[in-house]
Design a protein around this ligand. Structure first.
Ligand SMILES: Cc1ncc(COP(=O)(O)O)c(C=O)c1O
Length: 396
C-alpha cells in the first residue's frame, strides 16, 4: 500500500484502510486515464495559470476570513468565518467545478455530467460549462428537485439539462447512481465531474486538492490577522466532505489543530431519519470507494435523511472515514432543528444567511467547550438563498 499522510493517499488511493477504486470493468479506461494524468495536468503551468486566474477574476477569490464579533461574543471565543458563501454561485463547489472542467478539456472531453444534491454543485458545473461552451447534464433526485427549486431554475437558465433521479430516496445517492450509469454508457467523450471527495481514486484526492485553496488562504489570512498561522480548531459540515477536506487540507498534518467535522443527524442520530454516517455506518463500498456507509446487516444501503439536501448522503469520503477511524478528526452531529436554530442565530448576530449545510457546522459551536484565548475557524460553505423556502416554514 505504501505510506500515506493524512493529506495524501497511497498510489492506489487509500487513506489508511479506506479509498481505492471499486469500479465496473466498463469504467476502467476512463478512471485509469484520469488517474494516470490528473497530477501532471494539475501541475502544468498553463493549467495553474488559467485555474488561478478564474478563481480570482471569475469566482472572486480569495474569500474573506471574517472575525464574527457578535457571534464570538455570544460564545465567548473568537470565531472566524471562512466566507465560501461569497463565491460566485454561492458555495465552495465552484472551486472544484472549475478545476475539473479545465482538466476535462485537457483530456479532450466534449460532454460533462454531474450529480447534485442541494443543487450547488450542479449550478457550479452548469456555470463553468456555460463559460466554456460545453454541454452539461446534471442528475438530481426528484425530492431534491422539489426542495431546491431555485437551483433547478438556475441550472436550466445556464443551459444545462437537469434529469430527475426517481429511484430510492430520490436524493443525492440516487442521482450519483444515475450519473455513473450515464458515464458507463458514454465512456469516451464524457467527463463525470463528481462534486465531493467521494468516488473511485483519484476523485477524492483530486477534489481535495481543488478545494485545498480554502485552507491555503485561511493560513495566510490568519497569519495576517492574528500573527499566527494555526487556529485552535477548524469546523466544517460534512456531506461527502469536500468543503471539510478543503478547510482541513493544510492543517491535516498539523496535530495541534483540532479538526471538527459535523454530520447531519436529521431527526436524531438513532431516529431512523438521519445521515450521521460515522455514527451509524460500517465499512463498505459505495460509489466506487471503500469507506463508511450506512447499511443494513446484509449490506443494503440505508436511505439517509437530512433537512439539508447537501448532507443527505449515506456515505462519506474515504479521507474522512480515515480521520474518524484514526481519531485525528472529531466527528459531531447536528439535528435538523439544531441547524435551523444556528442559522437564525447567525442571521440575527451577523447579518449572514447561511446555507442549511453550513448551519450544521454552526450548530457545533453549542457542543464544544470553547475558550476565550482560542481561535476557531468555521467554514461557511454556502449561502442560504436556495434554502429560503425551508427557512420560511420555520419562521415564527
Ligand atoms: C453549501 C454546501 N455546503 C456543504 C455541502 C456538502 O458537500 P461537501 O460535504 O462535499 O462539502 C453542500 C452540498 O451540496 C453545499 O451545497
Amino acid at each position: 500500500m505504501g505510506t500515506t499522510t493524512f493529506q495524501q493517499p497511497d498510489t492506489q488511493g487509500y487513506y489508511g484502510p479506506f479509498g481505492g477504486a471499486y469500479i465496473p470493468e466498463m469504467l476502467h479506461r476512463n478512471v485509469e486515464e484520469l488517474r494516470s494524468r490528473y497530477l501532471d495536468i494539475m501541475q502544468e503551468a498553463g493549467f495553474q495559470k488559467e485555474f488561478q486566474q478564474l478563481l480570482r477574476d471569475y469566482v472572486g477569490r480569495p474569500t474573506p476570513l471574517f472575525l464574527a464579533e457578535r457571534l464570538s461574543k455570544h460564545y465567548n471565543t473568537p470565531v472566524y468565518l471562512k466566507r465560501e458563501d461569497l463565491n460566485h454561485t454561492g458555495a465552495h463547489k465552484i472551486n472544484n467545478a472549475i478545476g475539473q472542467v479545465l482538466l476535462a478539456q485537457r483530456l479532450g472531453k466534449k460532454r460533462i455530467i454531474a450529480e447534485t444534491g442541494a443543487g450547488q454543485h450542479g449550478v457550479a458545473t452548469a456555470t463553468v460549462c456555460a463559460l466554456k461552451g460545453i454541454e452539461c447534464i446534471v442528475y438530481m433526485g426528484s425530492k431534491d428537485i422539489e426542495r431546491q427549486a431555485p437551483n433547478v431554475a438556475r441550472m436550466r437558465m445556464l443551459g444545462a439539462t437537469v434529469i430527475p433521479a426517481t429511484s430510492g430516496s430520490q436524493t443525492l445517492k440516487d442521482a450519483t447512481n444515475e450519473a455513473i450509469r450515464d458515464w458507463i454508457n458514454n465512456p469516451t467523450d464524457t467527463h463525470y465531474v463528481i462534486g465531493s471527495v467521494v468516488g473511485p481514486h483519484p476523485y477524492p484526492d483530486m477534489v481535495a486538492r481543488f478545494q485545498s485553496v480554502i485552507s491555503e488562504e485561511t493560513r495566510a489570512q490568519l497569519k495576517e490577522q492574528t500573527g499566527k498561522e494555526l487556529p485552535t480548531r477548524v469546523i466544517a459540515c460534512v456531506g461527502g466532505g469536500s468543503n471539510a477536506a478543503g478547510a482541513f487540507y493544510h492543517f491535516l498534518d498539523e496535530p495541534s489543530v483540532e479538526l471538527v467535522a459535523v454530520e447531519a443527524a436529521g431527526h436524531g442520530v438513532y431516529s431512523g431519519l438521519s445521515a450521521a454516517t460515522t455514527q451509524l455506518g460500517k465499512p463498505g463500498v459505495l460509489h466506487g470507494s471503500k469507506s463508511l456507509v450506512m447499511q443494513t446487516e446484509d449490506g443494503q444501503v440505508v436511505e439517509p435523511h437530512s433537512i439539508s439536501a447537501g448532507l443527505d448522503y449515506p456515505g462519506i469520503g474515504p479521507l474522512h472515514a480515515h480521520l474518524f477511524n484514526s481519531g485525528r478528526g472529531s466527528f459531531l452531529s447536528a439535528t435538523d432543528d439544531d441547524a435551523v436554530q444556528a442559522a437564525f442565530l447567525l442571521c440575527k448576530l451577523e447579518g449572514i444567511i447561511p446555507a442549511l449545510e453550513s448551519s450544521h457546522a454552526l450548530a457545533a459551536l453549542t457542543q464544544l467547550k470553547l475558550q476565550p484565548n482560542e481561535a476557531t475557524v468555521l467554514c461557511l460553505s454556502g449561502r442560504g438563498d436556495k434554502d429560503l423556502a425551508t427557512y420560511m416554514k420555520r419562521l415564527d
